[in-house]
Design a protein around this ligand. Structure first.
Ligand code: GLN
Length: 522
């Protein structure tokens, strides 16, 4: 096998056909990581010895005639808010925070257990905005990750390291988490595929919680087929997470082979604004033209409450974060401040949190505490929940689900949906919505770092799917030329809840028809 970064599908067939061993593939991935990581800062930990041992174990099993799992010998990276416990070799789970700099989880996330059981080789943990709060990768306590296409630019966030690692060819795939766009936005900025599943599709057990009603784990890969393969492994019921749906996942890989039915694709009016960079607008229109050429009906749709998305998200997410992060008190997990003589327990809490959390995390905790406090709860938090419901109803009104989906998605807070919006058919309703993954290509390091509102605005096209609990996928849609360098531009498809099989099929069709020349940075 050549040194070129392979997809999961290629890796799998190389191993099955004995063209390469898992050991060779893993050694090559580790070498690429070692070579590229000093410049990119995508990985916070690399598990050299353990990965090689796991690869040799896969080779032994293949040699003895065992059927290797669906990801046997595939090197995969994990965002460092996913816990790896002693059963999977241990290591630190830092969440990109000083607070958890030396934290070792006593158990593995369900998704980590499932990857391991499928034969994946977990090669390391990737950098992220602290506690997944950010849109650029600059909020990590361990330094920013850089975009492989242009090292002066951000890779997006918060799954910054996972996106950069896949884009740079260090690994064929990685896991990220998406609370308001953290898989899809960096995937777009780095020219890869990123899928946020329906809320409840994938277990959150062992994912360090940011905003529990919005968080989902999902795959980041170079092709839609690879994302489908990983989703098939990590999805499905988990008794450790009561918000994880009991429904069994379909065979998403097989679903890709089904021909796409006559499609109706909606483009939200709110996604065609003058704020879009010309290359973003061009990628969107080009994707629409591709669908039309394939015989799909492409229509304009209205998401009348989309403009409230950012405001609602930046109330709900910090509110939940302020509660989730209360556990980091200097007593049980991670950092504990040194106390001087006469200092109290309260000093311990305050000092540990003051020293351990970075500026953005402190800002979110204060925001969240404020909007939940007596006197402001109704004005802010409850109003945001109402907006969330409206946003979800907007999506339900324009998306044709494969089934009645209103009750079990979007978290209890967002649940519901109008009666008219339920069921399948529905005249004028769409099989997927097409929109950008972000209004611009990747911005420069430092460009928005001092302006939180400008940073938050980068999430305008991604928060909706989280607020509504819907699946969304970003794939490469084109390129922009900025200052002589080529930067990827993503396009996003959003589907009805539990409609990942169809969403992946639509994305696969678009990917094939776009046939972009190259998906790897120069
Ligand atoms: N950029 C958003 C935020 O900062 C989303 C982050 C995420 O999805 N984890 O909250």
């Amino acid at each position: 096998m050549s040194d070129a970064p392979a997809t999961i599908a290629q890796t799998r067939s190389a191993i099955a056909g004995r063209a390469a061993s898992a050991e060779e593939i893993t050694r090559a991935a580790l070498a690429r990581i070692d070579a590229a990581n000093p410049a990119l800062n995508a990985f916070l930990q690399v598990f050299h010895d353990r990965a090689m041992a796991a690869a040799r174990d896969i080779d032994r099993r293949v040699a003895s005639g065992e059927t290797p799992g669906p990801l046997a010998g595939v090197p995969i990276a994990l965002k460092d808010n996913l816990c790896v416990g002693p059963e999977d070799g241990g290591g630190r789970t830092t969440c990109g925070s000083r607070f958890l700099e030396n934290y070792e989880s006593p158990f593995s996330a369900t998704v980590v257990r499932r990857l391991a059981a499928a034969g994946a080789i977990i090669v390391g943990k990737t950098n992220l905005d602290e506690f997944a709060m950010g849109s650029s990768g600059e909020n990590s306590a361990f330094g920013p990750t850089r975009n492989p296409w242009d090292h002066a630019r951000i890779p997006g966030g918060s799954s910054a390291g996972s996106a950069a690692a896949v884009a740079a060819g260090m690994v064929p795939a990685a896991l990220g988490s998406d609370t308001g766009g953290s898989i899809r936005q960096p995937a777009g900025f780095c020219g890869i595929v990123g899928l946020k599943p329906t809320y409840g599709r994938v277990s959150r057990y062992g994912l360090v919680a940011f905003a529990s009603s919005l968080d989902q784990v999902g795959p980041m890969a170079r092709t839609v087929a690879d994302a489908a393969a990983i989703l098939g492994v990590i999805a499905g019921p988990d008794l450790h997470d009561s918000t994880c749906s009991p429904r069994e996942p379909e065979d998403f890989t097989r679903a890709l082979e089904t021909p796409v039915e006559s499609l109706r694709i909606g483009i939200p009016r709110q996604a065609r604004t003058s704020a879009n960079h010309p290359a973003v607008a061009a990628a969107l229109e080009n994707a629409a033209a591709v669908f039309r050429r394939l015989g799909a009906e492409v229509i304009d749709v209205d998401l009348p409450h989309a403009d409230y998305g950012i405001a609602a998200y930046y109330i709900v997410a910090p509110a939940e974060a302020s509660s989730n992060l209360a556990r980091f008190d200097g007593i049980r997990f991670g950092r504990r401040a040194e106390l001087g003589p006469g200092e109290t327990l309260m000093d311990l809490y305050c000092r540990s949190r003051g020293e351990g959390f970075g500026a953005e995390v402190q800002r979110r905790i204060m925001l969240g505490t404020y909007v939940l406090s007596a006197g402001y709860y109704d004005a802010y938090y409850l109003t945001a929940l109402r907006a969330r419901r409206k946003i979800k109803d907007d999506f339900d009104a324009v998306l044709a689900g494969t089934e009645d989906t209103a009750e079990d998605t979007g978290g209890r807070a967002a649940g519901g949906g109008t009666q008219a919006a339920r069921g399948t058919a529905g005249p004028g309703r769409c099989h997927a919505l097409l929109m950008p993954s972000a209004p611009t290509p990747a911005f420069r390091l430092g460009e928005k770092a001092a302006d939180p509102l400008a940073m938050y605005a980068a999430d305008v096209y991604t928060v909706g799917a989280n607020l509504a609990g819907l699946p969304g996928i970003t794939l490469p849609g084109g390129f922009a030329r900025e200052g002589g360098v080529e930067l990827p531009v993503g396009v996003q498809l959003i589907g009805a809840a539990w409609d990942e099989a169809r969403l992946l099929r639509i994305a696969r069709t678009l990917e094939r028809e776009l046939a972009l020349p190259h998906h790897t940075p120069p």
